[in-house]
Design a protein around this ligand. Structure first.
Ligand SMILES: Nc1ncnc2c1ncn2[C@@H]1O[C@H](COP(=O)(O)OP(=O)(O)OP(=O)(O)O)[C@@H](O)[C@H]1O
Length: 431
């Protein structure tokens, strides 16, 4: 991890995307910095320091996941989100919670591959181009023909041309045999151990898609898979972040009748959070230093309804506030890659300019807050449904509007949305 990611720098980076919720931002920033601090310690002391996990308490759609996901991205750390309620479903067997650790390792592998692919990109592209040309003009074509196709490909003229190439088959789903990961059978892994790579399969693709696939394959061939796995496993152990959503739903007082199984889930989660070793396809993974961020609305159950041991493992409590109309204005106006900016960019690709007037933004925020109040409070997620409806017409007609400019002001918002927003029954379905 990067030395420059001080708590202040982390909060500033989160501020670019998330409005308010300063307590939560500060808590995650300190948790992340503590990881860096731990790495600076002598090995014996380093092992003693366990992460201070966080419990985020706040209504739906107020930024809990977003803060955690952005934090992970900032730190380039493997991240998984799991709903705690998933483990209370019918068919649940205690072992399943260990899947969280396995998923974290898979995510770490994906990240590690992505990092390394950039290093071998040039060589991979060269080899991919050779294979692409073979597929386009045949192995025996003259140098001149190959060169001319190479140029046409570079200029993008062949993007939609269909070709048939031999690519590696996607790995088959592993069979998850009772008893855990070490006994997983993966057919493609087995084929590999009998010599040769993944089995090949002829597929029809357009040149654009074939190119991406071939570059990925050629890059992967140049990666030392064992080393990728080793590094990724260590990365998941030291830097992994698990976001455990809906933890309140497995707290005991929230249920009538089903409490045994829910308490069971808490008991199963406990070792994972306290630190245990989970068997994965890539070797044992220790969860001692994984950062857990648990989250829930806690409308009915309280944090004190969780098992005491679990409460102890989530020592940092932060409360996130429900978002107000003013927050919605800020989310629409002041965040990086805000929804208006996204729609503006999307429609610009069709030559349609849209400009959001200040009173237009205010009107959208007002409607979102009203519908949240009348129908159901889904927080900032409401902005997505409102914006989609608002721009539905222009999004559909964009092809006929090339070269035009549309100003989205209060009057336009009123025209598009007021009928729906004032009718609670209608907005229940549409907004
Ligand atoms: N404070 C905020 N600032 C900017 N955008 C926000 C904020 N809160 C939520 N959003 C946006 O709303 C959407 C939903 O937010 P998020 O996934 O963080 O909800 P949540 O609090 O985790 O809810 P849940 O508990 O239901 O998962 C995301 O697209 C996010 O970008």
């Amino acid at each position: 991890m990067n030395n420059s990611l001080t708590p202040k720098a982390i909060v500033a980076a989160l501020d670019a995307h998330i409005i308010g919720q300063q307590d939560a931002k500060r808590a995650v920033a300190v948790a992340l910095r503590n990881r860096w601090r731990r790495q600076q310690l002598s090995p014996d002391l380093r092992d003693e320091v366990s992460p201070k996990n966080i419990l985020m308490i706040g209504p739906t759609g107020c930024g809990k996941t977003e803060i955690s996901r952005r934090l992970a991205k900032l730190a380039d750390a493997p991240f998984v989100k799991v709903e705690a309620t998933k483990f209370t479903e019918v068919g649940y067997v205690g072992r399943d919670v260990e899947q969280i650790a396995r998923d974290l390792v898979e995510e770490a592998i994906r990240l590690e591959k992505e990092r390394r692919r950039t290093a071998v990109k040039d060589k991979a592209e060269e080899a991919a181009l050779a294979r692409l040309l073979d597929a386009l003009v045949g192995k025996d074509a003259s140098q001149a023909t190959r060169e001319s196709f190479r140029q046409r490909f570079r200029d993008g003229h062949l993007d939609q041309t269909e070709i048939e190439i031999e690519v590696e088959q996607a790995p088959s789903m592993p069979f998850d045999v009772p008893g855990g990961a070490p006994q997983m059978i993966n057919l493609t892994e087995m084929m590999k151990s009998f010599g040769g790579g993944q089995p090949l399969k002829r597929r029809k693709l357009n040149v654009r898609a074939a190119w991406d696939k071939l570059v990925e394959e050629e890059a992967d061939k140049r990666l030392d898979q064992d080393d990728v796995n080793r590094t990724a496993l260590a990365d998941a152990e030291a830097n992994g972040i698990v976001f455990l959503d809906e933890i309140d739903k497995i707290a005991v007082s929230d249920v009538r009748g089903g409490s045994v199984s829910r308490e069971g889930v808490q008991r199963d989660l406990l070792p994972l959070i306290e630190g245990t070793t989970v068997a994965t396809k890539y070797g044992p993974m220790k969860t001692d230093h994984v950062l857990f961020i648990a989250s829930g609305a806690f409308h009915v159950a309280k944090p004190s309804d969780l098992l005491p041991e679990l409460q102890g493992r989530l020592p940092i409590r932060v409360e996130l506030k429900g978002l107000t109309e003013a927050d919605f204005v800020a989310i629409l106006s002041d965040t990086k890659a805000s929804l208006p900016a996204q729609y503006r960019a999307l429609l610009a690709t069709e030559g349609v300019e849209i400009a959001f007037a200040e009173d237009g933004i205010a009107a959208v925020a007002k409607i979102a807050a009203e519908v949240n109040g009348q129908v159901e409070n889904i927080g900032a997620r409401r902005l997505q449904t409102v914006m989609e409806k608002l721009l539905e017409e222009v999004s559909f007609d964009a092809e006929d509007r090339g070269g035009s400019t549309l100003t989205i002001d209060a009057a336009y918002v009123e025209k598009q949305l007021s009928g729906i927003a004032r009718n609670a029954d209608l907005s229940r379905f549409v907004l």
